[in-house]
Design a protein around this ligand. Structure first.
Ligand code: MN
Ligand code: MN
Length: 374
């Protein structure tokens, strides 16, 4: 565990969740274990000697699933996790073409925009993704590399990401990272102006890695990743809602349960998020606008494809509404629901990294929910 001085007792900086076995293994073996964790855990836990490891006290979700059918359950969650990650990348790549366009301009240029063709104001290659996906990948790497949740790891990963000259950077994101660079403090000061969607768009790795953990712990981890750049109640609340929806999709809950659960909770605490009043067209990067478009498109369509087409054709911050609803809809409808032509169109390397991280973050979630060492 990193020894970081806490500036504020409520700001948690690190949660170490190394498996005891990992912790006692040294150097090279430790690294090999981390990199081959998915295959290793599956083979050891599920095939060779399941009882020994499972009886360590997996969380309720994992226990229920594993009791039902060990192999299928793990594969099922991993499949949904891969779908969520690919959904994020697909939504980002599809939406980026029409980012900051008005719906009327989209109609004029494309009729209905539904192909991953690149272009847009960023002049992207076909299949290229933007900050939404690449920041999520940076965050996932920060968690997987050290097998822990640590805000300094996360801030350093974002800093490295920014130094890599990403194709696009939001203002709040840049300010937060530069603040970390200058002050070495990984937490941005609280600000009512930080209600952008930049922390929500990259939350997926945390959602995957905290699956099966209790709600309070999940929130603490969510705050770490988001507060590097966005320290704001509206952003926090939307992120909690998105993470819950993804976890519920993994559990097989339906949309009604999501609306009655985390969405209702969000609307009660922050009525501005109500999305039943008027159609949110041209959603801005303000998290409230973004989430209204996300809710309307997810709850008012029946397939992954329709949902994504519906949201990006609203224009505005289309890559980010696409990315956020892409993760939720991916988790909900599963990998088979994502049009093959879209999956094929996205950068191959990006899809491979999404898959890899999704699988390993789900393996990590089992470790985390089971063997957390504080
Ligand atoms: Mn973007
Ligand atoms: Mn965007």
């Amino acid at each position: 565990m990193m020894n970081v001085t806490q500036s504020n007792p409520s700001d948690e900086l690190s949660i170490n969740c190394l498996h005891e076995r990992t912790a006692v293994l040294g150097g090279a073996r430790n690294i090999a274990y981390l990199f081959d964790m998915s295959r290793f855990m599956r083979s050891v836990r599920l095939a060779v000697n399941p009882a020994r490891l499972i009886t360590r006290g997996l969380s309720e979700q994992w226990n229920n699933l594993l009791n039902r059918n060990k192999k299928t359950a793990t594969d099922e969650i991993t499949g949904k996790a891969v779908a969520a990650y690919c959904g994020l990348a697909v939504g980002d790549a599809l939406g980026a073409t029409v980012e900051f366009m008005l719906p009327s301009e989209i109609v004029h240029a494309y009729g209905v925009h539904k192909k991953i063709i690149g272009g847009g104001w960023l002049k992207l290659r076909p299949g290229q993704v933007t900050d939404d996906t690449t920041m999520a990948l940076a965050l996932g790497e920060a968690i997987l590399n050290k097998q822990r949740f640590d805000i300094t790891d996360m801030a350093m990963a974002f800093d490295k990401w920014l130094k890599g000259k990403p194709v696009d950077v939001g203002n709040t994101v840049r300010r937060g990272i530069v603040n970390f660079r200058n002050t070495k403090r990984p937490i941005s000061p609280e600000s009512e102006h930080d209600a952008g969607n930049g922390a929500c768009m990259r939350v997926l790795p945390v959602a995957l890695a905290t699956y099966g953990a209790d709600e309070e712990l999940t929130k603490r981890v969510s705050r770490m990743q988001s507060h590097v750049t966005h320290n704001n109640d509206y952003s926090d609340a939307a992120i909690d809602c998105v993470v819950s929806m993804i976890h519920m999709a993994f559990d097989g809950d339906d949309k009604k349960a999501m609306e009655d659960g985390p969405v209702a909770k969000l609307l009660e605490a922050f009525p501005k998020y109500r999305y039943d009043k008027k159609h949110q067209h041209n959603p801005s990067a303000y998290i409230v606008d973004t989430m209204r478009a996300v809710f309307q498109s997810f709850f008012h369509t029946q397939t992954f494809e329709d949902c994504l087409i519906e949201v990006v054709n609203r224009g505005g911050d289309a890559d980010t509404t696409g990315a956020i609803v892409g993760m939720i809809a991916g988790a909900y409808y599963g990998l088979d629901s994502i049009p093959h032509s879209w999956l094929k169109a996205v950068d191959r390397d990006v899809i491979a990294r999404c898959r890899y991280q999704a699988e390993h973050l789900i393996d990590f979630s089992k470790e985390f929910a089971t063997n957390r060492l504080m």
